[in-house]
Design a protein around this ligand. Structure first.
Ligand code: SF4
Length: 371
Protein backbone atom coordinates (compact mmCIF):
# COMPACT_ATOMS: atom_id res chain seq x y z
CA UNK A 1 0.00 0.00 0.00
CA UNK A 2 1.31 3.50 -0.82
CA UNK A 3 2.36 5.68 2.12
CA UNK A 4 -0.24 8.12 3.48
CA UNK A 5 -0.45 11.56 1.91
CA UNK A 6 0.39 14.68 3.90
CA UNK A 7 -3.08 16.18 4.12
CA UNK A 8 -1.74 19.71 4.70
CA UNK A 9 -0.27 19.66 1.20
CA UNK A 10 -3.58 19.03 -0.56
CA UNK A 11 -5.80 21.71 -2.01
CA UNK A 12 -9.54 21.26 -1.53
CA UNK A 13 -9.80 19.97 -5.10
CA UNK A 14 -6.94 17.50 -4.64
CA UNK A 15 -8.42 16.24 -1.38
CA UNK A 16 -11.84 15.71 -3.00
CA UNK A 17 -10.21 13.91 -5.94
CA UNK A 18 -8.40 11.59 -3.52
CA UNK A 19 -11.68 11.01 -1.66
CA UNK A 20 -13.29 10.11 -5.01
CA UNK A 21 -10.63 7.44 -5.50
CA UNK A 22 -11.46 6.00 -2.09
CA UNK A 23 -15.17 5.93 -3.03
CA UNK A 24 -14.25 3.98 -6.18
CA UNK A 25 -17.25 5.68 -7.83
CA UNK A 26 -16.67 8.38 -10.47
CA UNK A 27 -18.01 11.81 -9.49
CA UNK A 28 -18.10 11.11 -5.75
CA UNK A 29 -15.78 12.67 -3.20
CA UNK A 30 -16.71 16.33 -2.84
CA UNK A 31 -19.15 15.90 0.06
CA UNK A 32 -16.69 13.95 2.20
CA UNK A 33 -13.70 15.99 1.01
CA UNK A 34 -15.54 19.16 2.10
CA UNK A 35 -16.20 17.73 5.54
CA UNK A 36 -12.57 16.68 6.07
CA UNK A 37 -11.16 19.99 4.74
CA UNK A 38 -13.42 22.10 6.95
CA UNK A 39 -12.77 20.09 10.11
CA UNK A 40 -9.06 20.20 9.42
CA UNK A 41 -8.75 23.96 9.04
CA UNK A 42 -11.62 25.15 11.24
CA UNK A 43 -10.98 22.83 14.19
CA UNK A 44 -7.46 21.59 13.57
CA UNK A 45 -8.49 17.92 13.61
CA UNK A 46 -8.38 14.97 11.24
CA UNK A 47 -10.65 12.21 12.49
CA UNK A 48 -13.07 11.19 9.72
CA UNK A 49 -14.88 8.65 11.92
CA UNK A 50 -16.04 11.48 14.21
CA UNK A 51 -17.58 13.55 11.39
CA UNK A 52 -21.37 13.38 10.76
CA UNK A 53 -20.66 13.20 7.00
CA UNK A 54 -19.14 9.74 7.48
CA UNK A 55 -21.80 8.37 9.84
CA UNK A 56 -23.39 6.20 7.18
CA UNK A 57 -20.07 5.06 5.77
CA UNK A 58 -17.61 3.98 8.47
CA UNK A 59 -15.60 1.98 5.93
CA UNK A 60 -14.89 5.15 3.97
CA UNK A 61 -13.84 6.88 7.20
CA UNK A 62 -11.38 4.11 7.85
CA UNK A 63 -10.01 4.25 4.30
CA UNK A 64 -9.58 8.03 4.63
CA UNK A 65 -7.80 7.63 7.97
CA UNK A 66 -5.38 5.23 6.29
CA UNK A 67 -4.90 7.29 3.11
CA UNK A 68 -4.06 10.65 4.73
CA UNK A 69 -1.94 11.72 7.65
CA UNK A 70 -2.07 14.86 9.73
CA UNK A 71 1.36 15.11 11.27
CA UNK A 72 2.70 18.66 11.19
CA UNK A 73 6.40 18.63 12.06
CA UNK A 74 6.91 19.06 15.80
CA UNK A 75 7.92 22.44 17.21
CA UNK A 76 11.40 21.94 18.63
CA UNK A 77 12.27 25.44 19.75
CA UNK A 78 10.86 28.91 20.35
CA UNK A 79 13.16 31.89 20.62
CA UNK A 80 11.56 35.12 21.63
CA UNK A 81 12.25 38.82 21.79
CA UNK A 82 9.24 40.23 23.60
CA UNK A 83 6.12 39.52 21.54
CA UNK A 84 8.08 38.64 18.43
CA UNK A 85 9.43 35.13 18.32
CA UNK A 86 10.55 32.50 15.89
CA UNK A 87 9.62 28.87 16.13
CA UNK A 88 11.43 25.92 14.63
CA UNK A 89 9.84 22.73 13.35
CA UNK A 90 11.84 19.56 12.80
CA UNK A 91 11.34 17.94 9.40
CA UNK A 92 11.86 14.32 8.48
CA UNK A 93 15.59 13.98 7.88
CA UNK A 94 16.49 16.40 10.66
CA UNK A 95 16.35 19.79 8.91
CA UNK A 96 14.29 22.58 10.45
CA UNK A 97 11.91 25.22 9.20
CA UNK A 98 11.96 28.65 10.81
CA UNK A 99 8.89 30.89 11.04
CA UNK A 100 8.47 34.20 12.82
CA UNK A 101 5.35 35.42 14.64
CA UNK A 102 5.14 39.21 14.52
CA UNK A 103 2.48 41.10 16.46
CA UNK A 104 0.73 43.93 14.62
CA UNK A 105 -1.91 46.27 16.08
CA UNK A 106 -4.95 44.00 15.88
CA UNK A 107 -3.63 40.69 14.61
CA UNK A 108 -0.41 38.82 14.01
CA UNK A 109 1.69 38.29 10.93
CA UNK A 110 3.47 35.03 10.23
CA UNK A 111 6.69 35.15 8.25
CA UNK A 112 7.02 31.73 6.61
CA UNK A 113 9.93 29.93 4.98
CA UNK A 114 9.70 28.36 1.53
CA UNK A 115 13.07 26.58 1.65
CA UNK A 116 15.64 25.49 4.19
CA UNK A 117 18.60 27.72 3.36
CA UNK A 118 18.74 29.62 0.10
CA UNK A 119 20.71 29.67 -3.17
CA UNK A 120 20.56 33.39 -3.79
CA UNK A 121 23.64 34.42 -1.84
CA UNK A 122 22.58 37.95 -0.81
CA UNK A 123 25.67 39.17 0.99
CA UNK A 124 23.94 40.77 3.95
CA UNK A 125 21.71 37.77 4.78
CA UNK A 126 22.21 35.10 7.44
CA UNK A 127 20.22 32.49 5.52
CA UNK A 128 22.60 32.84 2.56
CA UNK A 129 25.43 31.62 4.82
CA UNK A 130 23.71 28.23 5.11
CA UNK A 131 23.62 27.64 1.38
CA UNK A 132 20.66 25.74 -0.05
CA UNK A 133 19.53 22.60 1.76
CA UNK A 134 15.96 21.82 0.71
CA UNK A 135 12.79 23.02 -0.98
CA UNK A 136 9.86 22.79 1.40
CA UNK A 137 6.80 20.88 0.20
CA UNK A 138 3.45 22.67 0.06
CA UNK A 139 2.46 20.66 3.14
CA UNK A 140 5.54 21.85 5.04
CA UNK A 141 4.73 25.46 4.13
CA UNK A 142 1.06 25.15 5.16
CA UNK A 143 2.17 23.32 8.34
CA UNK A 144 3.88 26.53 9.52
CA UNK A 145 0.57 28.41 9.39
CA UNK A 146 -1.45 25.48 10.74
CA UNK A 147 0.94 25.15 13.67
CA UNK A 148 0.95 28.87 14.44
CA UNK A 149 -2.84 29.06 14.39
CA UNK A 150 -4.00 25.68 15.69
CA UNK A 151 -1.18 24.57 17.98
CA UNK A 152 0.37 27.83 19.20
CA UNK A 153 -3.06 29.55 19.17
CA UNK A 154 -1.81 32.68 17.44
CA UNK A 155 -4.38 34.91 15.70
CA UNK A 156 -2.51 34.87 12.39
CA UNK A 157 -4.27 37.00 9.77
CA UNK A 158 -1.39 38.00 7.55
CA UNK A 159 1.24 35.88 5.80
CA UNK A 160 4.53 37.05 4.33
CA UNK A 161 6.84 34.73 2.42
CA UNK A 162 9.93 36.44 3.78
CA UNK A 163 11.47 33.66 5.86
CA UNK A 164 14.22 31.35 4.68
CA UNK A 165 14.45 30.88 0.94
CA UNK A 166 13.44 32.53 -2.30
CA UNK A 167 9.76 31.68 -2.95
CA UNK A 168 10.05 31.90 -6.74
CA UNK A 169 12.76 29.25 -6.58
CA UNK A 170 10.15 26.80 -5.25
CA UNK A 171 7.17 28.27 -6.98
CA UNK A 172 4.94 25.24 -7.61
CA UNK A 173 4.91 24.37 -3.89
CA UNK A 174 4.42 28.02 -2.92
CA UNK A 175 1.47 28.47 -5.31
CA UNK A 176 -0.22 25.30 -4.02
CA UNK A 177 0.34 26.46 -0.43
CA UNK A 178 -1.14 29.90 -1.19
CA UNK A 179 -4.24 28.27 -2.72
CA UNK A 180 -4.70 26.17 0.44
CA UNK A 181 -4.19 29.15 2.79
CA UNK A 182 -6.64 31.34 0.86
CA UNK A 183 -9.40 28.74 0.46
CA UNK A 184 -12.59 30.11 2.01
CA UNK A 185 -13.62 26.62 3.13
CA UNK A 186 -10.48 26.36 5.24
CA UNK A 187 -8.06 28.88 6.75
CA UNK A 188 -9.66 31.63 4.64
CA UNK A 189 -6.75 34.05 4.61
CA UNK A 190 -7.53 36.69 1.97
CA UNK A 191 -5.05 36.86 -0.90
CA UNK A 192 -4.71 40.56 -0.16
CA UNK A 193 -3.19 39.48 3.18
CA UNK A 194 -0.62 37.15 1.61
CA UNK A 195 2.63 38.63 0.29
CA UNK A 196 5.23 36.84 -1.80
CA UNK A 197 8.60 38.49 -1.42
CA UNK A 198 11.12 37.91 -4.20
CA UNK A 199 14.73 38.79 -4.64
CA UNK A 200 13.85 39.85 -8.20
CA UNK A 201 13.47 36.64 -10.17
CA UNK A 202 11.90 37.95 -13.37
CA UNK A 203 10.32 34.73 -14.74
CA UNK A 204 8.85 34.06 -11.27
CA UNK A 205 7.37 37.56 -11.08
CA UNK A 206 5.85 37.20 -14.56
CA UNK A 207 4.29 33.83 -13.73
CA UNK A 208 2.77 35.21 -10.54
CA UNK A 209 1.63 38.38 -12.35
CA UNK A 210 -0.30 36.25 -14.81
CA UNK A 211 -1.98 34.33 -11.99
CA UNK A 212 -2.77 37.60 -10.21
CA UNK A 213 -4.95 38.64 -13.19
CA UNK A 214 -7.61 36.01 -12.44
CA UNK A 215 -9.72 35.24 -9.36
CA UNK A 216 -9.10 32.17 -7.21
CA UNK A 217 -12.31 30.56 -8.51
CA UNK A 218 -10.82 30.58 -12.04
CA UNK A 219 -7.47 29.18 -10.98
CA UNK A 220 -5.85 32.60 -10.46
CA UNK A 221 -4.54 34.46 -7.42
CA UNK A 222 -6.12 37.90 -7.84
CA UNK A 223 -5.13 40.39 -5.09
CA UNK A 224 -2.05 38.40 -4.07
CA UNK A 225 0.57 40.92 -2.96
CA UNK A 226 4.11 41.22 -4.24
CA UNK A 227 7.18 42.51 -2.46
CA UNK A 228 10.53 42.89 -4.17
CA UNK A 229 13.73 42.93 -2.19
CA UNK A 230 15.41 45.86 -3.95
CA UNK A 231 18.06 47.09 -1.51
CA UNK A 232 19.84 49.31 -4.02
CA UNK A 233 19.05 52.25 -6.26
CA UNK A 234 21.44 51.31 -9.09
CA UNK A 235 22.92 48.22 -10.72
CA UNK A 236 26.35 49.19 -9.40
CA UNK A 237 25.23 49.01 -5.76
CA UNK A 238 22.92 46.04 -6.29
CA UNK A 239 25.60 43.97 -8.03
CA UNK A 240 27.69 44.28 -4.87
CA UNK A 241 24.89 43.10 -2.57
CA UNK A 242 22.80 40.66 -4.55
CA UNK A 243 24.26 38.19 -7.08
CA UNK A 244 20.78 37.80 -8.63
CA UNK A 245 21.30 41.20 -10.26
CA UNK A 246 23.74 39.49 -12.62
CA UNK A 247 20.85 37.41 -14.01
CA UNK A 248 18.22 40.15 -14.24
CA UNK A 249 19.36 43.75 -13.95
CA UNK A 250 17.26 46.55 -12.54
CA UNK A 251 15.84 47.59 -15.90
CA UNK A 252 14.57 44.04 -16.55
CA UNK A 253 13.25 43.90 -13.01
CA UNK A 254 11.36 47.16 -13.43
CA UNK A 255 9.81 45.97 -16.70
CA UNK A 256 8.55 42.83 -14.88
CA UNK A 257 7.19 44.86 -11.96
CA UNK A 258 5.25 47.04 -14.40
CA UNK A 259 3.33 43.91 -15.41
CA UNK A 260 2.04 43.35 -11.87
CA UNK A 261 -1.74 43.98 -11.82
CA UNK A 262 -2.87 46.67 -9.39
CA UNK A 263 -6.62 46.85 -10.10
CA UNK A 264 -7.72 48.84 -7.04
CA UNK A 265 -6.54 52.31 -6.04
CA UNK A 266 -5.25 50.92 -2.73
CA UNK A 267 -3.07 48.29 -4.42
CA UNK A 268 0.69 48.75 -4.60
CA UNK A 269 3.92 46.77 -4.70
CA UNK A 270 6.22 46.70 -1.67
CA UNK A 271 9.82 47.67 -2.43
CA UNK A 272 11.90 46.30 0.43
CA UNK A 273 15.04 48.30 1.06
CA UNK A 274 17.51 47.17 3.71
CA UNK A 275 19.48 50.26 4.71
CA UNK A 276 23.17 49.47 5.21
CA UNK A 277 25.52 52.09 6.63
CA UNK A 278 27.80 53.59 4.01
CA UNK A 279 26.60 51.23 1.27
CA UNK A 280 23.14 52.34 0.12
CA UNK A 281 21.99 54.97 2.62
CA UNK A 282 23.15 58.32 1.22
CA UNK A 283 20.91 61.16 0.05
CA UNK A 284 22.05 60.44 -3.54
CA UNK A 285 20.94 56.83 -3.08
CA UNK A 286 17.52 58.01 -1.89
CA UNK A 287 17.08 60.29 -4.91
CA UNK A 288 18.25 57.56 -7.32
CA UNK A 289 15.81 55.12 -5.69
CA UNK A 290 12.91 57.58 -6.13
CA UNK A 291 13.92 57.98 -9.76
CA UNK A 292 14.05 54.21 -10.32
CA UNK A 293 10.59 53.73 -8.83
CA UNK A 294 9.00 56.52 -10.86
CA UNK A 295 6.10 55.07 -12.84
CA UNK A 296 5.65 52.11 -10.48
CA UNK A 297 2.95 52.20 -7.82
CA UNK A 298 5.22 51.13 -4.99
CA UNK A 299 5.68 51.80 -1.30
CA UNK A 300 9.20 51.52 0.03
CA UNK A 301 9.67 49.62 3.27
CA UNK A 302 12.89 50.92 4.79
CA UNK A 303 14.48 48.29 7.01
CA UNK A 304 17.50 49.36 9.06
CA UNK A 305 19.94 46.48 8.62
CA UNK A 306 19.89 43.67 11.20
CA UNK A 307 23.49 42.46 11.03
CA UNK A 308 23.93 38.76 10.46
CA UNK A 309 26.66 36.95 12.36
CA UNK A 310 30.15 38.12 11.30
CA UNK A 311 28.61 40.63 8.95
CA UNK A 312 30.91 43.06 7.15
CA UNK A 313 28.03 45.54 7.12
CA UNK A 314 26.61 47.78 9.83
CA UNK A 315 23.24 49.22 10.75
CA UNK A 316 22.95 52.92 9.92
CA UNK A 317 22.50 55.50 12.67
CA UNK A 318 18.88 56.50 13.34
CA UNK A 319 19.60 59.99 11.93
CA UNK A 320 20.71 58.48 8.58
CA UNK A 321 17.53 56.40 8.44
CA UNK A 322 15.40 59.52 9.08
CA UNK A 323 17.32 61.55 6.50
CA UNK A 324 16.86 58.81 3.88
CA UNK A 325 13.17 58.62 4.67
CA UNK A 326 12.75 62.41 4.36
CA UNK A 327 14.67 62.54 1.07
CA UNK A 328 12.39 59.86 -0.40
CA UNK A 329 9.23 61.59 0.84
CA UNK A 330 10.42 64.96 -0.50
CA UNK A 331 10.97 63.30 -3.86
CA UNK A 332 7.32 62.16 -3.81
CA UNK A 333 8.01 58.48 -3.11
CA UNK A 334 5.70 56.77 -0.59
CA UNK A 335 7.70 55.00 2.09
CA UNK A 336 7.72 53.92 5.68
CA UNK A 337 10.31 52.79 8.17
CA UNK A 338 9.79 49.25 9.33
CA UNK A 339 10.53 48.79 13.01
CA UNK A 340 13.14 46.16 13.75
CA UNK A 341 11.57 43.32 15.68
CA UNK A 342 13.18 40.15 16.93
CA UNK A 343 16.82 40.98 16.30
CA UNK A 344 18.13 39.72 19.63
CA UNK A 345 16.61 36.30 18.87
CA UNK A 346 18.01 36.28 15.31
CA UNK A 347 14.38 36.37 14.20
CA UNK A 348 14.52 39.64 12.33
CA UNK A 349 14.52 40.17 8.58
CA UNK A 350 17.61 38.56 6.97
CA UNK A 351 18.63 36.79 10.18
CA UNK A 352 16.95 33.40 9.84
CA UNK A 353 19.04 30.28 9.46
CA UNK A 354 20.92 27.68 11.40
CA UNK A 355 24.53 27.54 10.33
CA UNK A 356 25.37 24.76 12.77
CA UNK A 357 22.75 22.58 11.09
CA UNK A 358 24.17 23.42 7.71
CA UNK A 359 27.71 22.57 8.82
CA UNK A 360 26.50 19.27 10.30
CA UNK A 361 24.71 18.38 7.10
CA UNK A 362 27.76 19.19 4.96
CA UNK A 363 29.95 17.10 7.25
CA UNK A 364 27.58 14.17 6.81
CA UNK A 365 27.54 14.63 3.02
CA UNK A 366 31.33 14.86 2.89
CA UNK A 367 31.83 11.75 5.02
CA UNK A 368 32.71 8.56 3.12
CA UNK A 369 29.70 6.32 2.60
CA UNK A 370 29.49 3.31 4.90
CA UNK A 371 27.92 1.24 2.11
S1 SF4 B 1 17.69 37.77 1.41
FE1 SF4 B 1 16.18 36.21 0.84
S2 SF4 B 1 16.77 35.65 -1.27
FE2 SF4 B 1 18.55 36.70 -0.40
S3 SF4 B 1 19.83 35.03 0.43
FE3 SF4 B 1 18.50 35.77 2.10
S4 SF4 B 1 16.73 34.39 2.06
FE4 SF4 B 1 17.78 34.18 0.10
Amino acid sequence: MSSPLDILGLTHEALCAEMGLLHEKPGKGTFHGDAVFQALYRHGTFDPASLPAFEANPRLAQKAAERFRLAPPPVTDKQGDGDTYKFLMKLEGGLETESVVIPMRQYKTLCVSSQVGCKMGCRFCETAQMGFLKNLTSGEIVAQVFTARKILNEPIENIVFMGMGEPTDNLDAVITAVRILADQRGLCIPLSSITISTVGNVPGILRLAELAQKPLSEGGLRHLRLAVSLNAPTDGVRDGLMPVNGSWDMAELKAALQRWPLPRPQDFIFAEYVLIAGVNDSREDALALAEYLRGLRATVNLIPYNPRRESPYARPAPESVSAFFRALMDAGQACRIRGTKGDSAMAACGQLGNRALSRRRRAVEAAPSAA
